[in-house]
Design a protein around this ligand. Structure first.
Ligand SMILES: [Zn+2]
Length: 84
């Protein structure tokens, strides 16, 4: 095999409970499906990948028809920004 950079560290995270509150009004919505995506982030001065499993929800209110849970990566980044 060719020399390759070692894959950056991957942090598995999940936020896909059966029900989740609407981001606008907080009313619980029912999970419709589970999605998975990798988000690139930076931690400890290096690139890391967050392997995020999150849910897609059907809203029961009129704010929107569907919404998704916020990946933890967002918090992670905010935390990093606070440190800097
Ligand atoms: Zn709502």
């Amino acid at each position: 095999m060719l020399t390759q950079r070692p894959p950056a560290f991957t942090i598995p995270t999940s936020c896909c409970s059966e029900k989740a509150p609407c981001p606008t009004c907080g009313k619980l919505g029912q999970r419709k499906g589970v999605l998975n995506r990798q988000i690139r982030s930076i931690a400890y001065d290096q690139v890391v990948y967050l392997d995020v499993t999150y849910g897609e929800y059907r809203a029961r209110c009129h704010c929107c028809s569907t919404f998704r849970t916020l990946p933890i990566g967002v918090e992670f980044k905010a935390h990093d920004d606070n440190k800097v």
